[in-house]
Ligand binder design. Structure first.
Ligand SMILES: [Zn+2]
Length: 312
């Protein structure tokens, strides 16, 4: 079986200013490291199509979609969405490619063309709420993909695992009343976007807030004691990963202390769950990760595990 990487040059044309950490250079760092790590030849490369309006509308309201589309600025201009999220002339196209990658990956994995897939895309998605783009995110790529699996392909149970350092508030909101979706995550707390700890989490909603400097030992305990048992209880037919790499110890935005081998370990644990209940089906989509070197190395570790290549 095959592991694919979905991407598109349009994803590198969206940018929010030279100062911004969510930069086009992130995708180049990933591509470079996959070649350096000699993983690239083992991956099938696929071009991300554009998401359709129906794909977006399964998660987002029409006003929110229009707020992105109608505010695309002229070349060399920016339109501010919030204090650290903005649009440039290419953002609409990039956002449709990012969501389209997750949708196409989902279709290909469900059809059995691929065992699993990683979407090397930007803008990221997990902060995007049904009614509002925010936090570097325009549309919620992984939520759109999960909705596709449920509402188009008719899957009955899917799981979303979010290992970004930030809480995936948008994804949690999108599936707050959806019994078919199990969402599990850990995140740094207190930290942006300051959500995930208020109110009773449902039984399909296992969010584990952790202090800054939590390391791989802490994460493995959280996986063994909380996240993996929740997944085994649900027995998902497909797994979706919000793959942020900003919990890496070299990442200056996040304050946690993971290293590449922790990403490999988490990926292998999730693959075991996927093999047990889901025929191995996993779609993973890039969220955060802002230290370019750590990002490249961590994605390489993640993909090496997904592709079943032995650790060096
Ligand atoms: Zn993040």
């Amino acid at each position: 079986m095959t592991t694919a990487i979905f991407s598109h040059p349009d994803c590198a044309r969206h940018e929010m200013g030279d100062w911004h950490p969510e930069s086009p250079a992130r995708l180049q760092a990933i591509a470079d490291q996959l070649i350096l790590s000699r993983i690239d030849p083992f991956l099938q490369h696929r071009e991300a199509p554009l998401a359709t309006r129906d794909d977006l509308a399964r998660v987002h309201g029409s006003q929110m979609i229009a707020n992105v589309e109608s505010n695309i600025p002229a070349l060399d201009d920016y339109y501010p969405i919030d204090g650290d999220t903005s649009l440039n002339a290419h953002s609409w196209q990039a956002a449709l490619r990012a969501a389209g990658a997750a949708v196409a990956a989902t279709d290909a994995v469900i059809k059995g063309e691929l065992e699993n897939a990683f979407c090397a895309v930007r803008p990221p998605g997990h902060h995007a709420r049904p009614s509002e783009s925010m936090g570097f995110c325009l549309f919620n790529n992984i939520a759109i993909a999960a909705r596709r699996a449920l509402d188009v392909h008719g899957l009955k149970r899917v799981a979303i695992i979010d290992f970004d350092v930030h809480h995936g508030n948008g994804t949690a909101e999108a599936f707050a009343n959806e019994p078919r979706v199990m969402m599990v995550s850990f995140f740094q707390h207190p930290f942006y976007p300051y959500s995930g700890t208020q109110g009773p989490a449902g039984k399909n909603d296992v969010h584990v807030p952790l202090p800054a400097r939590s390391d791989g030992r802490v994460i493995r305990t959280v996986f063994r004691e909380q996240l993996l048992p929740a997944l085994h209880a649900q027995q998902p037919e497909m797994l979706f990963i919000s793959a942020g790499f900003d919990a890496h110890r070299d990442d200056d935005i996040g304050g946690m202390s993971l290293v590449e081998s922790d990403y490999a370990w988490m990926t292998e644990q999730l693959m075991q769950v996927a093999r047990q209940y889901a025929g191995g089906r996993i779609v993973s989509s890039l969220e955060g990760g802002y230290n370019l070197s750590a990002l490249g190395r961590s994605v390489a570790a993640h993909l090496k595990a997904l592709a079943g290549l032995a650790a060096e």
